[in-house]
Design a protein around this ligand. Structure first.
Ligand SMILES: [Zn+2]
Length: 343
């Protein structure tokens, strides 16, 4: 099969002929139609996330099952699928509790610890594939449908994790990024007042189109002051930090009001300081939110199938142009999500 192989860190992709994958016991093989090209994948290419090479990257797939291995009963040839990003075990207490991101036996990630979707075919353990629900035209919109399970579902989970209610004020740090802009969309869908915070003011128009009520340019003002001003001194109900640097986390924590919740995701895991006094007297909470559960992915697909939300994919290129597309992802030039067309 044709595959876009990454030979090593900071090296260009190579379009190669590699052996077709064969489904072993408990596995399935799918023909890939499209695959999202987000920052998570670019982190591997740029060396910010360790991996073994050579590797075929990509996890945000729209695909169709073509073969199943011995013992597989959950899938059949022709099923339209996407993939769960984590190679979770499916049987530990966390997996059984539908909290798959916390799996204690995780084998890593699709497209990082095993080969992914930048190829004509992908082989995975059968339980890692997620069947698409009825009502989604995956052949007509393969790029959009491929990114839903990460770009829209991860922000959908945050709504629940932070218990966001209609009418609350939600500040999103890194709102112009690929996930951030989908968080804007989902927070608006939850009928919150949405404040976009970013240093890339060029993304503010897109943030407003996605539903942001206000935008704060963090490069040119004091974000905490600006958020206090926009909330008449009360502070925000929820701050969601997709940058999660020490600086943004500390600003987000300071901007919280009474009962405020700070959600961290993304970032490099840097430490930060928050006031225990504010946490206590204002009953605030600091939360981590990691990827998304399988059931939340299905719920997000249902929202899309009902026409309530739709992912923002602004750049769709053929697989052969992966290198050029990733250069744009690295520079932060892509608004929303990008995807590669494969089959
Ligand atoms: Zn598990």
């Amino acid at each position: 099969m044709k595959a876009m192989v990454l030979p090593g860190v900071r090296q260009p992709f190579e379009l190669c002929q590699v052996q077709d994958p064969v489904a072993g016991p408990g596995e399935a093989v799918a023909r890939v139609i499209a695959c999202g090209a987000g920052l998570t994948i670019q982190h591997v290419k740029a060396g910010r996330r360790a991996a073994q090479f050579p590797r075929i990257l990509g996890h945000e797939i729209t695909a169709e099952i073509v073969a199943i291995g011995v013992g597989v009963t959950s899938l059949a040839a022709g099923d339209a699928v996407t993939a769960y990003f984590y190679l979770n075990c499916g049987h530990c207490r966390w997996c059984l509790a539908s909290l798959e991101p916390l799996c204690v036996n995780s084998g890593g990630n699709v497209g990082i610890e095993c080969d992914g979707g930048y190829a004509e075919y992908i082989k995975l353990p059968a339980h890692i594939f997620i069947k698409l629900p009825e009502g989604l035209d995956h052949r007509r919109h393969p790029a959009e449908i491929g990114v839903i399970g990460d770009a829209l579902a991860t922000p959908y989970k945050v709504l629940r994790r932070a218990r966001i209610k209609a009418g609350e004020t939600v500040a999103i740090f890194g709102a112009g990024g690929g996930l951030g802009i989908h968080q804007v969309m989902m927070a608006k869908w939850a009928r919150a007042r949405v404040i976009a915070v970013d240093v890339a003011a060029s993304k503010f128009d897109a943030c407003r189109k996605a539903g942001a009520d206000e935008a704060i340019d963090a490069a040119s003002c004091d974000v905490v002051e600006a958020l206090r001003e926009l909330t008449h001194g009360d502070g925000v109900d929820v701050a969601i930090d997709y940058v999660s640097s020490t600086r943004t986390l500390e600003a987000a924590a300071k901007a919280l009001g009474r009962g405020g919740r700070l959600v961290t995701l993304g970032g490099a895991g840097q430490p930060f300081q928050a006031s225990a006094r504010d946490l206590l007297y204002n009953e605030q909470a600091i939360l981590g939110s990691r990827y998304v559960t399988r059931s939340e992915i299905l719920e997000t697909f249902d929202l899309v199938a009902r026409g309530e939300v739709w992912p923002l994919v602004t750049e769709i290129r053929p697989l052969a142009e992966a290198e050029a597309l990733h250069a744009r992802v690295e520079r932060g030039d892509v608004t929303g999500r990008a995807a590669l067309m494969i089959g």
